[in-house]
Write a protein that binds this ligand. Structure first.
Ligand code: UD1
Ligand code: MG
Length: 402
């Protein structure tokens, strides 16, 4: 089935995130090298919406500047002083074209593991069943804190009740609202206008749209997510670490499936933006970050951190820290090297132990074997630079200094 483009994805990011206890807005905290909000934006882009919009309020300028940096085409809408997820969506809709029709998807800026595939499946269910609303749900052993899904005898969703408003019977329901939905635009607009704030939190709840849709005779379906991690939001720093570790586990698994050999997945950290060639061996305690690309048949680590690095096929990088640098094919780096931005090591070249480099082009087969700082210069091919030349017999004691 072909699924038509959603008219809009609205990403909610106006909440304060008090439980994070941080000077940084919750949605700007990072896992796997990207902010929580950036992960949400990437997933949303994956369904190719006509409009992609983020709703902001708390620390507004900082969050808006971040959005402009990571996705310049993303729209920003401001939530006013009325609180709640329903109000956030209403403010978002007000900033979109008044004649918007079709499907509006709503996601949360603090749910970083949600994938575009899940959003596509949500849209598939929504369109196939011609629903007014389709909500992504999951079944949790411990549903504490989440909105509960109250099912109708017809199998559809009757309404969603927030934890703080639920009766004892409703609290026993283990199917929860993930906070991710597809709505028919006109119904969403109309239902939001009819919703009040008479609830335990005095907020305008987006979840009340479900009951309002039902009252208008519209079908409300659930898309049940088996992969419960994808529905999890970050509310505190313990969850930030837990979701970060899970995302890393998934990224390391994917790298191994693509042909990398990872000796110790538990101590290997790979950002989702990294690529690794076949049969490259990653040794323990290695972090591959940012836009790093590693060729095939390399050996990386142990104890190595590479950020925005390009490493050519068959290279070896051992106990090294490097950023914004290039290591040529067959070259060797470390142990104990520091490659600062702008280092370009030629094919078969060597940067050895206790060497620091910066902004230097080192030619093919050239070597800086040890104990040197080399920066802001160019070195030709097949040249050896260093504190001491093992190859040169020391006739006297006047050894060349680097
Ligand atoms: C919400 C749902 C709940 C669901 C849970 C899933 C409502 C009323 N409740 O509860 O059913 O189980 O998410 O995680 O929707 N936000 C705004 N403006 C606001 C308030 C929140 O933009 O005024 C944003 C937040 O930044 C966040 C998202 O909406 O990205 C969810 O807000 P949060 O306060 O975490 O809602 P929950 O109480 O967790
Ligand atoms: Mg929440």
């Amino acid at each position: 089935m072909t699924i038509s483009r959603p008219a809009a994805v609205i990403v909610l990011a106006a909440g304060e995130g008090t439980r994070m206890k941080s000077a940084t807005p919750k949605v700007l905290h990072t896992i796997a090298g990207r902010s929580l909000l950036h992960h949400a934006i990437v997933a949303a882009r994956g369904v190719d919406p006509v409009h992609l919009q983020v709703v902001v309020r708390h620390d507004r300028d900082r969050v808006a500047a971040h959005v402009a940096e990571v996705d310049p085409d993303c729209l920003i809408a401001d939530q006013d002083e009325i609180k709640g997820t329903g109000r956030a969506v209403e403010c978002g809709l007000d900033a979109l074209p008044a004649d918007l029709t079709g499907t509006v998807v709503v996601t949360c800026g603090d749910v970083p593991l949600l994938t575009a595939e899940t959003l596509r499946a949500l849209l598939g269910t929504h369109h196939a069943q011609q629903c007014g609303v389709t909500v992504v749900t999951s079944r949790l052993a411990d549903p504490t804190g989440y909105g509960r899904i109250v099912r109708h005898p017809d199998g559809g969703v009757a309404r969603i009740v927030e934890h703080k408003d639920a009766t004892a019977d409703e609290l026993a329901i283990t199917e929860v609202n993930s906070g991710i939905y597809a709505f028919e635009a006109a119904l969403l607009r109309e239902a939001l206008a009819s919703i009040g704030t008479a609830n335990a939190q005095g907020e305008k709840y987006l979840t009340d749209v479900v009951g309002a849709a039902r009252a208008r005779g519209r079908a409300v379906a659930a898309y049940v997510l088996e992969d419960v991690w994808q529905a999890e939001g970050v509310n505190d720093k313990a969850q930030l670490a837990a979701l970060g570790a899970e995302l890393n586990r998934r990224t390391v698994q994917a790298a191994m499936r693509d042909g990398a050999i990872v000796r110790d997945p538990a101590t290997t950290w790979i950002d989702t933006t990294v690529s690794i060639g076949r049969d490259t061996v990653i040794l323990p305690n290695t972090q591959l970050l940012g836009a790093t690309t590693i060729g095939a048949a390399c050996q990386i680590g142990p104890d190595t951190t590479l950020t925005d690095m390009e490493v050519g096929e068959g290279a070896t990088v051992c106990r090294t820290q490097g950023s914004l640098s290039v290591v040529g094919p067959g070259a060797s780096v470390g142990p104990w090297a520091l490659l600062r931005p702008g280092t370009e090591l030629g094919a078969e070249g060597k940067i050895g132990s206790f060497v620091e480099t910066k902004n230097v082009a080192i030619g093919v087969g050239s070597s800086i074997p040890h104990l040197s700082y080399v920066g802001d210069t160019r070195i030709g091919d097949h040249i050896t630079v260093g504190a001491a030349f093992a190859e040169t017999p020391a006739a006297d004691d006047t050894r060349e200094q680097a």
